[in-house]
Structure formats: structure tokens, C-alpha cells
Design a protein around this ligand. Structure first.
Ligand code: HMG
Ligand code: MG
Length: 300
């Protein structure tokens, strides 16, 4: 049941950096993305086309996309509405993602509308993306719990996920936005989802606030899920999920997959070097336990 190969979606340049208060130059963002690509990552979420007033760090996404190589990799972006999609298409994004939630409280805070309103908004995004021939991923946030509404019923996650798939999303990324899940709650969620949705249409996106992300990924792998989101150096957080820490570190994910003998196509040493680059720029140590335990050859 455990997959032979896993697709890693590197969300560091977007989820990882969106919450950073300090200015990060376009050149540094592009260097990070280049190092991630050189490490072998094929799917890199490079930015988001949201209202720059709410997420200033992503305001440079146009410039970031303009500086990306046309190297056949998938460089994707978040697009909350038609305006976001127009910006993403003009910038040349190879794939986009709409992002909804399984809880009303988070939907309101994050994208300023109810779940039902968000689905209506996404309709317009989907038809424009279809015309443009751009694949759309769907995120569902707060799949375990919501910082405003408490625990989330798996049935609600199923309902929203199914609606996004019916609209034409090729995959749903299940976001444990606050990182409160454990293998028990993740398995309860997957018990419900996998009755209706094949594992091949699901990805997992675990924040590591409570240190459970690697255990949760292992639980998801055992259920046949073969797409995992992660952020180099364990960067990340959402401005609308206060207290939530970074995503699972890509280095820790790769180490897990290596140990399990699962193919992924990423060079761990080069990935650690990418994490060292951005951690140095941010002026703080990497959140990756593996990176701390396995310094690169350049280190003393
Ligand atoms: P709104 O205020 O409802 O939008 O925002 P509006 O349509 O009423 O427009 C208001 C203003 O925003 C207007 O400007 C629009 O032009 C502008 P004004 O006339 O006032 O000058 N605007 C935009 N500008 C640029 N690009 C756009 C855009 N849309 C409107 N695309 C909106 C709705 C969703 C846009 C807003 O609430 C927003 O940008 N929110 C930010 C959400 C966000 O980025 N959150 C973090 C990412 S999600 C996440 O991290 C979770 C995830 O990782 C999974 C997980 O961990 O669970 C994916
Ligand atoms: Mg996230």
C-alpha cells in the first residue's frame, strides 16, 4: 500500500516566505528557487497572486515569475480569484491553485468570504484556467481543526474537497493549517475521504506546530497517498493562523522517504544547501532536524 514513489511539492518560496515580515529580495527568492530546482525538485510553488495589502511578502510574485527559467519544471502560484488568475497567467505560471477551507471561520479570515461564496468565486477561476489550459490544484485548509471554529468534521472536508474536484481541480491538498493533527485524527479524516476520493487525487500539507508532521505523513503514505507538500528548512506559516509554525521541512521528508526506500528524485545534500542559503538570509537556524544533524560539506 505504501507508494514506490512520492511527488514532493515544494512550497517554501510561497508558504515558507509569505509570513516573513522582513524584506526578501527578488534575487534571493530566485536563488532559493534555483537551488531547489538544482536539488531535483520538479514542483515548486513560487509565489501567490493575492491582495498585496494582506500578504506584502508575495507582492513581488510577478517579478519572481519573470525571473524563472523555462526549464520544464512546474512553477505554480496561488490564485484566490479571477484577478489573481489573470496576474498568474500574465506572469506565465505553469499551474495555479485555488484555496478554500473546511471551516467558515478560517474562510472568512483568510479570503474574506464564506465557503459557499468562495466556491462561487472559484467557478470563474476554473473556467478561465480551463480556457487557458492551465491545471488547477485545490487546497482545503483546516482539515483537522480551525483556529477560530475548533475541530473540523471529516464530512465537511469531504464535501468541500468533492466540490473542488467536481469543478475540475486535478488534486486536493489537505491542509493541517495549524499542525494539530496526529496519525489518529489524520486516519479518521482519510477513513472518510478515501471512501469517495481515490488516494491518487489527494495530497497532504502538514504544518509542524506540534511536531507531528512526519508521523502524519507516514500515516498518509500507509493509506496510499503519494503527493506530499513540504518547505525547505521548515519555513512557513499562514498570516491567518496565528501561532501555527512552519511546514514540515523538505529535508526531513526526504530523509523519511530515503529510509523507507521510496523514490522522490531529490538530492538531500543539495536540498540542505538550499535550506542553509535561505536560513542565512533570514538570519536564523533551519527548522529542519535533518539539516541540523547533517551539515553540508561546506560546513566546519
Ligand atoms: P477581498 O478584499 O474580499 O477582495 O479579498 P475584493 O474583491 O473585495 O477586492 C478588494 C481589494 O483587493 C481591491 O483593491 C482589489 O483590487 C484587491 P482596492 O480596490 O481596494 O484597491 N484584490 C487584489 N489585488 C491583487 N491581486 C488579487 C486581488 N484580489 C482582490 N488577486 C482576497 C479577497 C482573497 C483577494 C484577499 O482576502 C486576499 O488576498 N487574502 C490573502 C489570502 C492569503 O494569501 N492567505 C495565505 C495563503 S493560504 C495558506 O497559507 C493556506 C495553505 O498553505 C494551506 C494550509 O496550510 O492550510 C494554502
Ligand atoms: Mg500552508
Amino acid at each position: 500500500m505504501i507508494p514506490d514513489a512520492v511527488k514532493i511539492v515544494e512550497v517554501g518560496p510561497r508558504d515558507g516566505l509569505q509570513n516573513e515580515a522582513q524584506a526578501i529580495s527578488v534575487a534571493d527568492k530566485l536563488t532559493l528557487i534555483r537551488l531547489l530546482a538544482e536539488a531535483g525538485l520538479q514542483n515548486i510553488e513560487a509565489g501567490s497572486f493575492v491582495n498585496p495589502k494582506w500578504v506584502p511578502q508575495m507582492a513581488s510574485s510577478e517579478e519572481v515569475f519573470a525571473g524563472l527559467p523555462k526549464d520544464g519544471r512546474c512553477y505554480s502560484a496561488l490564485t484566490p480569484n479571477v484577478k489573481g488568475l489573470e496576474r498568474a497567467l500574465a506572469a506565465g505560471a505553469s499551474e495555479v491553485a485555488i484555496f478554500g477551507a473546511a471551516s467558515e471561520g478560517f474562510s472568512q479570515k483568510n479570503i474574506n468570504c464564506s465557503i459557499a461564496e468562495s466556491l462561487q468565486r472559484f467557478d470563474g477561476v476554473m473556467s478561465m484556467a480551463r480556457d487557458a489550459g492551465v491545471p488547477v490544484r485545490g487546497y482545503v485548509s483546516c482539515v483537522i481543526a480551525c483556529p477560530y471554529d475548533g475541530s473540523t468534521a471529516p464530512e465537511k472536508v469531504l464535501e468541500v474537497s468533492q466540490q473542488l474536484l467536481d469543478m475540475g481541480c486535478y488534486e486536493i491538498s489537505l491542509g493541517d493549517t495549524t499542525g494539530v493533527g496526529t496519525p489518529a485524527s489524520v486516519n479518521r479524516l482519510l477513513d472518510s475521504l478515501l471512501l469517495q476520493i481515490p488516494a491518487s487525487k489527494l495530497a497532504v500539507h502538514f504544518h509542524d506546530t506540534y511536531g507531528q508532521a512526519i508521523a502524519n505523513i507516514y500515516a498518509a503514505l500507509q493509506r496510499g497517498i503519494a503527493t506530499v507538500d513540504s518547505a525547505v528548512a521548515g519555513l512557513g506559516g499562514c498570516p491567518y493562523a496565528k501561532g501555527a509554525s512552519g511546514n514540515v521541512a523538505s529535508e526531513d521528508l526526504v530523509y523519511l522517504l530515503n529510509g523507507l526506500g521510496i523514490a522522490h528524485g531529490v538530492d538531500l545534500q543539495k536540498l540542505i544547501a538550499a535550506g542553509e542559503f535561505i536560513s542565512a538570509r533570514l538570519g536564523r537556524p533551519s527548522q529542519s532536524k535533518v539539516a541540523r544533524a547533517m551539515p553540508t560539506e561546506n560546513d566546519e
